[in-house]
Write a protein that binds this ligand. Structure first.
Ligand code: DGD
Ligand code: CLA
Ligand code: CLA
Ligand code: PID
Ligand code: PID
Ligand code: PID
Ligand code: PID
Ligand code: PID
Length: 312
């Protein structure tokens, strides 16, 4: 297709740049400017809306392309192969083309809003400048091909199941865990801190398992879960906590999503995450909430998971 061909040209002009970026640099975990959690949540909400509007099949293919690209990483900078670099660009170009332009620009504008204007120049200073310019010039040509192939209306909203066992169980889970949710400091910057003692390649390996799980999920249920998050963001209070009803809808949506993939795929995520998150992290989280609320929530979760497993 045209986007695939354009991605090869983009690769010709941008792979040198890709090789110069230190993808293992911990700086990419930091906020791109002042830490402003509510504004950042707004930007993430725009990404969620864009993801919910995207063609689920193309999203799945983009996740698969990333998984493949992780498999071909080489060298100290963590760069993927030339072929996989092109494949990721093509896949993301197709995702972008599957949503109306305004949804893409809403992401750009909201991310710009939380990005210190000095950030791009600093990023450029870490690589060979002319290679970055060449890559950007090629991106501008690529985006014209994407725009030419872009839809003008969003895809239909998801079909949301109702009256199912997971939906019923989600109410019990939510009743048992909402006090715990209210104890959590959602606006803290602690969630952007590096995991103690873990390198980027180690962390990426665990993220790869999530990408694999995402690629296996039912596309309609993933879209429904994204829509539930978007709605939940719309009802947050000043501390970032969503309403009880929207929290319940998110739990139901995520339970159904988990049920749409094999158990072993879920356990791969759990085991890989458990391998990089040590007990100092979980103990620290526990120390910041009411312990009784946390225990009640955990009990609710372990009951919920049996219902999910039964429909898996
Ligand atoms: C950049 C963008 C990259 C900067 C990276 C910051 C993004 C960080 C995202 C963090 C997000 C949040 C959360 C994630 C999850 C957290 C979970 C806990 O370097 C601009 C200005 C605005 C920059 C900021 C906006 C970036 C938006 C990127 C899209 C969002 C993606 C989402 C990312 C999130 C995660 C994904 C899953 O646009 O951009 C560089 C540009 O900066 C440079 O400016 C441009 C001008 O816009 C353009 O008009 C033009 O002037 C150009 O061109 C210069 O510079 C000139 C000529 O006109 C060209 O023809 C050509 O010759 C060129 O020069 C060659 O040099
Ligand atoms: Mg990403 C984008 C890393 C998984 C879907 N992703 C980005 C970039 C960053 C990144 C490179 C955001 C920061 C930025 O804009 O830099 N993703 C990244 C990693 C992983 C991952 C490390 C780990 C596996 N992504 C992943 C998965 C999905 C996505 C699983 C779902 C399928 N990702 C996704 C989307 C987008 C990203 C939809 C974006 O739009 C965003 C992005 O790239 O925006 C431009 C700048 C970008 C780069 C350095 C890489 C692109 C290089 C281009 C083609 C040429 C360079 C141009 C110039 C020099 C700089 C960019 C200017 C900008 C205004 C366009
Ligand atoms: Mg999430 C999970 C935040 C958007 C899909 N997401 C998580 C949690 C964290 C979170 C609370 C990961 C950390 C953790 O496990 O804490 N998501 C979060 C935010 C946003 C967002 C802030 C922003 C809008 N997500 C989002 C979107 C999608 C997803 C758009 C795609 C539709 N998210 C998604 C999935 C999963 C998450 C599929 C998870 O599996 C993971 C999670 O919650 O795993 C348990 C602990 C969790 C909580 C504090 C909240 C849940 C409370 C449960 C139901 C009860 C508490 C049990 C116990 C006390 C603690 C957990 C024990 C553990 C062993 C299970
Ligand atoms: C400027 C000036 C003009 C010239 C110009 C110019 C530049 C404009 C630009 C630009 C626009 C632009 C847009 C970009 C958009 C990037 C969008 C990224 C989206 C990320 C998402 C992440 C996610 C997910 C995901 C799916 C999940 C939801 C999420 C589901 C269902 C200034 C050059 C024209 C770069 C969507 C993917 C996993 C949130 O206009 O003179 O330069 O860049 O998890 O969805 O699960
Ligand atoms: C524009 C203007 C509007 C019209 C428009 C428009 C276009 C927007 C577009 C577009 C946005 C867009 C985004 C793209 C982003 C591509 C990102 C590629 C990333 C590739 C990576 C590869 C890799 C790996 C990996 C992980 C490793 C690092 C690597 C570590 C730690 C402008 C059409 C709406 C194409 C990250 C995955 C293995 C490098 O908005 O008027 O057209 O395209 O090895 O991580 O090692
Ligand atoms: C300039 C002027 C214009 C011309 C121009 C220009 C240059 C702009 C540039 C540039 C922008 C730019 C951006 C780059 C972005 C790279 C983003 C990489 C993201 C990597 C990640 C990796 C990671 C992980 C991971 C998970 C870990 C955390 C991490 C935990 C819990 C100035 C040329 C346009 C290079 C996210 C995945 C392992 C961080 O604009 O005229 O030149 O470069 O380790 O999670 O640990
Ligand atoms: C233990 C001991 C026994 C008792 C027991 C027990 C506990 C087991 C547990 C547990 C398992 C477990 C699993 C959990 C799994 C969470 C999985 C989260 C996945 C997140 C994903 C994120 C993403 C995306 C997304 C889609 C994108 C890709 C991504 C596309 C196509 C120990 C109690 C049985 C909590 C997939 C969603 C946006 C990466 O066994 O005695 O306690 O918890 O962006 O994909 O866009
Ligand atoms: C298990 C054992 C196997 C069988 C199995 C199994 C089950 C795994 C499961 C499961 C995993 C799972 C995960 C669920 C997670 C739910 C997470 C809910 C999160 C809700 C949030 C709501 C919110 C917001 C929001 C953003 C705001 C904060 C809030 C800010 C900054 C165990 C079946 C495989 C259900 C985050 C979105 C508005 C709070 O593996 O043997 O069954 O379920 O307002 O952000 O303000």
């Amino acid at each position: 297709d045209e986007i695939g061909d354009a991605a090869k040209k983009l690769g010709d002009a941008s792979y040198s740049f890709a090789k110069e970026v230190d993808w293992n640099n911990g700086i990419f975990l930091q906020a791109p400017g002042k830490f402003q959690p509510l504004k950042a949540l707004k930007a993430i909400d725009k990404m969620i809306e864009m993801g919910a509007a995207a063609d689920p099949k193309l999203l799945k293919e983009a996740a698969e392309a990333h998984h493949k690209a992780i498999g071909s990483i080489s060298g100290p900078n963590g760069v993927t192969s030339r072929a996989d670099w092109d494949a990721v660009n093509a896949a993301l170009g197709r995702v972008v083309a599957s949503v109306p332009k305004a949804k893409v620009m809403a992401v750009y504008d909201s991310v710009k809003d939380i990005t210190d204007p000095k950030v791009p120049a600093y990023m450029k200073s870490l690589v060979n400048g002319p290679d970055a310019e060449k890559a950007y010039q090629a991106f501008l040509e690529f985006k014209d091909v994407v725009a030419k192939n872009q839809v003008t209306t969003a895809s239909a909203p998801a079909v949301v199941p109702s009256g199912d066992k997971i939906g019923v169980a989600a109410k019990a889970l939510s009743d048992a865990s909402y006090p715990f949710i209210k104890d959590i400091d959602w606006l803290s910057d602690i969630y952007l801190k590096p995991l103690p003692g873990k390198t980027a390649p180690e962390t990426l390996k665990a993220i790869d398992k999530m990408i694999v799980m995402g690629a296996k999920m039912d596309g309609n249920l993933l879209k429904a879960a994204a829509e539930a998050h978007h709605k939940a963001i719309g009802s947050i209070d000043a501390k970032g906590v969503t309403s009880a009803a929207d929290y319940e809808a998110v739990n139901a949506a995520l339970g159904r999503l988990v049920a749409s993939v094999p158990k072993s795929t879920v356990m791969d995520v759990y085991n890989s995450m458990a391998g990089i998150v040590d007990s100092t992290v979980t103990n620290n989280m526990f120390s910041k909430v009411n312990p009784l609320d946390a225990i009640a929530a955990a009990k609710g979760f372990y009951t919920f998971k049996d219902v999910v497993e039964a429909s898996q």
